[in-house]
Design a protein around this ligand. Structure first.
Ligand code: FDA
Length: 575
């Protein structure tokens, strides 16, 4: 039977299914040492050659038309859990990541994550300026940097790019949701089991811990938090210490001046060079240590293809019942295409993040290569109620020096009508502007829908001011209460003009750090994340959560992935 999905012969350019099965263990063991164990002649090569070194290494790893028993798309939270648990069960996996392998790039070229104040090209995904929520004045050449932003008319959605996904760029805030809210969002899950098993497991694996109280109370770097906390209490909010994955021993050494600074030197949304336990130091490190996992970076999956049993190789006279093929684009660090490859698999785990996973499914459906897609895919999307807010004219000094890692939140989540949880965020620019920054998390009263526009070949999102309305109102009430109790006024770096033309000073609902939904557990999938209508396609990431979880989401994403993978491993990988 002729292979109708690729135009290259497996025996010329790669390995076929049988060869792969024979050699998979050996290959996975060799390549599974991954980026950190690869020694290379390119070590210490200057930064300008980075695009050649990283991509050339990967070019040899993945052959066009090769078959892999398990392919995992993305290397964020859902994917990292999947890789570890499958590898522990002895199953080799190939992970495809569109962003850079930062550890490899550091080894080969000395490339480091960029600071916030002096952002360089590695800060930003394929753009010529930064895309932070404000102060985007730096210009540079296009590069496959760490922070990406997907822009829609009424909302801009941020995402981390690179091996480790969002864990590279996020603030490390590791919050287990309120049990009652988790039960409300996931009424069919066994809540007690999650709080007895999967949340503790996720927290332990991620290395979540609390800031030592004496350090928090005494450090000048947390003055902004202490002031925020006491202002919040005066305004009637309950202060909540927010656990983190940043190593506070390391942070105290930073303060003492005995180690290179990261959190105390304004590193965070473009990556932390030290201190933060991102996924490359936890789940992914453990997964690679099994020797079963291969990660390839700068590989973007473009399209998924259902095969209906018609893959094969005429010359070798065999037919192959491979379930899925993937069209994959290999890029260099300027985003240019190096090669287009087709890979085959029977088990496909999607962990490309809420927008990434949903886009792949909807795009493939729109192009006619995933014909049976459930109409639930794309639905129940939300921004976790994210609204950024700011106040100016704070009466007390917030400190010239501020840690980039937040430590405290202010809660009124039990307020039936206007539930809100607000993080006290730093503004680490080295001067005290008496300006406070907040990230509010609200309920999502009206969810959005993701679609795919075949004419313009791009993702669409039904999300506008009707979706924002209540969360903007809640956040304005928060600012009013803080100003009334403590003095100060709505800040000028954020403002929002609503559909009626009314200006809302001090808030910006367009900034979304927490995209959730699009492929919701129990709606677009079964109870363990198996995509409806498709045997062997599994969803593991933030798209499983319908729109909101009431706190920063990655602990929940991790716990859900642990639960789903444990169950599909038991049921679908027997023998
Ligand atoms: P995640 O987004 O982590 O990973 C997806 C991966 O897939 C990425 O590496 C991406 O490059 C890759 N990918 C996408 N499409 C692909 C394709 N077609 N082919 C190949 N690879 C593809 N949360 C929290 O709990 N605490 C916090 O402090 C913060 N702070 C924060 C700050 C900032 C600036 C951001 C942007 C986000 C946060 N978050 C956060 C959110 C948190 O980081 C986010 O919820 C999780 O990373 C989502 O995990 P997922 O597993 O869904 O995907």
């Amino acid at each position: 039977m002729t292979n109708n999905n690729t135009n290259s012969n497996a025996t010329n350019n790669g390995i076929n299914r049988r060869q792969f099965l024979q050699s998979s263990l050996t290959m996975a063991t060799v390549t599974g040492l991954g980026m950190s164990a690869c020694t290379t002649t390119a070590f210490n090569r200057p930064l300008k050659n980075a695009q050649n070194t990283a991509s050339n290494m990967n070019a040899d790893k993945v052959k066009d038309n090769a078959h892999y028993p398990v392919i995992i798309i993305g290397t964020g939270y859902g994917s990292a859990v999947t890789a570890l648990r499958l590898a522990e069960a002895g199953i080799p996996c190939l992970m495809l990541e569109m962003g850079l392998d930062w550890q490899l790039a550091k080894q080969q070229t000395g490339l480091k994550f960029s600071s916030m104040a002096w952002a360089e090209k590695q800060s930003t995904w394929l753009r010529t300026t930064t895309i932070a929520p404000f102060a985007n004045y730096r210009k540079f050449k296009k590069f496959t940097g760490a922070l990406d932003r997907i822009d829609f008319q009424h909302i801009n959605v941020y995402a981390g790019r690179g091996v480790g996904g969002g864990s590279l760029v996020n603030g490390g805030m590791s919050v287990t949701p309120r049990k009652d809210y988790f039960a409300e969002i996931f009424p069919t899950l066994d809540t007690d089991l999650f709080y007895a098993k999967y949340f503790p497991l996720a927290n332990a694996q991620l290395g979540v811990h609390s800031i030592p109280d004496d350090f928090y109370q005494s450090s000048k770097y947390y003055q902004f938090s202490r002031i925020g906390e006491s202002e919040g209490v005066k305004a009637g909010y309950i202060p909540v210490k927010v656990p983190n994955v940043y190593d506070y021993d390391y942070m105290q050494a930073e303060q003492a001046g005995t180690v290179p600074k990261s959190a105390l030197k304004d590193e965070v949304i473009y990556g932390n060079n030290y201190g933060k336990k991102d996924l490359t130091k936890t789940y992914l490190k453990q997964a690679l240590a099994t020797g079963k996992v291969t990660i390839v970076s700068l590989y973007k999956v473009e399209q998924l293809i259902e095969n209906n049993g018609n893959i094969g190789n005429e010359e070798e006279n065999y037919t192959d019942d491979t379930l899925y093929s993937l069209k994959v684009k290999q890029i260099n660090t300027q985003g240019e295409t190096i090669a287009i490859k087709t890979l085959h698999t029977d088990k496909l785990f999607l962990g490309a993040g809420s927008l990434g996973t949903t886009e792949l499914l909807l795009k493939s459906h729109a192009k006619g290569t995933l014909t049976r897609l459930d109409s639930q895919v794309g639905k129940h999307w939300g921004n976790n109620g994210n609204v950024m807010a700011t106040r100016s004219g704070i009466k007390s000094s917030l400190g010239r020096k501020q840690s980039s890692i937040p430590a405290v939140g202010l809660s009124k989540w039990t307020d039936d009508k206007q539930a809100i949880f607000v993080e006290v965020a730093p503004f680490p620019i080295g001067i005290d502007l008496r300006m406070a920054l907040y990230l509010a998390i609200n309920r999502v009263e009206k969810t959005g829908t993701i679609g795919y526009d075949t004419k313009d070949d791009k993702l669409t999102l039904d999300w506008d001011d009707r979706h924002n309305q209540q969360m903007v109102k809640n956040t304005e009430r928060f600012l009013d209460e803080m100003n009334n109790a403590n003095g100060g006024h709505d800040g000028s770096i954020f403002s929002h003009i609503d559909a009626q033309g009314k200006k809302h000073q001090g808030v910006n609902p367009k900034i979304c750090y927490h995209p959730l939904g699009g492929c919701v557990l129990g709606k677009a999938t079964d109870k363990f994340g198996r995509l409806n209508n498709y045997q062997g396609i599994y969803i593991t990431d933030g798209s499983l959560i319908p729109a909101s979880i009431g706190v920063n989401p990655y602990v929940t994403i991790t716990a859900l992935a642990e639960y789903c993978v444990e169950n599909v491993l038991a049921e679908d990988f027997v023998g």
